[in-house]
Design a protein around this ligand. Structure first.
Ligand SMILES: NC(=O)C[C@H](N)C(=O)O
Length: 329
């Protein structure tokens, strides 16, 4: 008999209509009441939070990580119900904070509340339970019959049930007529004992460039004492330097000891700043390349790295390691 733990945090899956629209309402045992009883799996429950995931922030990620760490030795797997809007950020941050996880931690949610007769939550939670009982180690998102590595998950639809994609990496699993198939070669490799590394620096910002972006904006970020900046640059990797010189400003950021990660605003495929002049100039400023990481993974990895050290050289070295399948180096 597999022993699982269901931790609830809110989101649409647990929501009901309130005076101001949908708000999280259902408890864990009410969620479980919607599911058929399982003879070979026992599920304990913890009602940890009742929030829309728009309210989920680094402090909440830490609370979740600590709760998971408390129970890791007691159960075979954990299902975490969560709002979809920021689920990819939570999944990525947990992937880094829960080092060498010995069990599956599977995030899921829904686009329609579980109490709605057409809810997608019913399938999602059943797939999450199957994945949590599968002896695969790591953090995953189970959605629309796909199992996605937490650090590769991105929310791509506001309404459709196929709301998550596995970006720059195949889904690690799927559910079809064969049941749950897991591609074990895609699972993150454990390199040591489990360890909770939950220190995070929340002074990290993500910036999407637009043509004509005013370089003086970076002065503002220095004065606001940001410690880390992720820049979504253009295409394979470039920033403008004629008329408005963004590249000169990168030097200012680096001189202030700010760690800067550059990646692409294209969702798919890798950035490589060594291809174009507009990219090579960027690399000369000592910034870190994000390669094929999602922005969610880049932001949370930077928060995690800066939670360990403010030394930009050490942060850079952390980005040269693929910890949980978040980057192809
Ligand atoms: N589908 C959802 O769960 C959306 C909701 N606003 C949330 O992220 O909590």
């Amino acid at each position: 008999m597999k022993k699982l733990l269901l931790i609830t945090t809110g989101g649409t899956i647990a929501s009901a209509k309130g005076e101001e629209g949908l708000e999280p309402e259902l408890t864990s045992s009410q969620l479980l009441d919607f599911l058929p009883p399982q003879s070979d799996i026992s599920i304990d429950c913890i009602d940890l939070m009742k929030i829309d995931s728009s309210n989920m922030q680094p402090e909440e990620w830490q609370v979740i990580a600590r709760e998971i760490a408390r129970h890791v030795d007691e159960v075979d797997g954990i299902v975490l119900t969560h709002g979809t809007d920021t689920m990819a950020y939570t999944a990525s941050s947990l992937s880094f904070m829960l080092r060498n996880l010995p069990i599956p931690v599977v995030l899921t949610g829904s686009q329609l509340p579980l109490s709605h007769p057409l809810s997608d939550g019913y399938d999602n939670i059943r797939c999450a339970i199957a994945m949590a009982a599968s002896d695969s180690c790591g953090v995953f998102v189970a959605f629309n019959r796909k199992i996605i590595l937490g650090s590769r998950s991105v929310k791509v639809r506001t309404m459709g049930f196929d709301a998550f994609e596995s970006v720059n990496c195949e889904p690690v699993g799927c559910v079809d007529a064969r049941g749950l198939t897991i591609h074990r070669e895609l699972l993150p490799k454990r390199t040591g004992d489990f360890k909770l590394e939950a220190d995070l620096c929340s002074e990290v910002i993500l910036i999407k460039l637009t043509p004509g972006f005013n370089p003086d904006f970076f002065d503002l970020l220095v004065s606001m004492r940001y410690k880390g900046i992720v820049i979504e640059a253009f295409g394979a990797g470039g920033l403008h330097f004629i008329r408005r010189d963004l590249i000169a400003k990168l030097q200012l950021l680096v001189d202030h000891g700010i760690s800067v990660v550059v990646c692409s605003q294209c969702l798919y495929e890798r950035s490589d700043f060594s291809i174009y002049q507009t990219g090579q100039k960027v690399l000369k400023q000592g910034v870190i390349q994000g390669f094929d990481m999602t922005s969610e993974a880049a932001v949370t990895k930077l928060m995690w790295a800066l939670g360990k050290t403010l030394d930009p050289q050490v942060v850079k070295a952390i980005f040269e390691v693929n910890y949980v399948g978040e980057v192809s180096l």
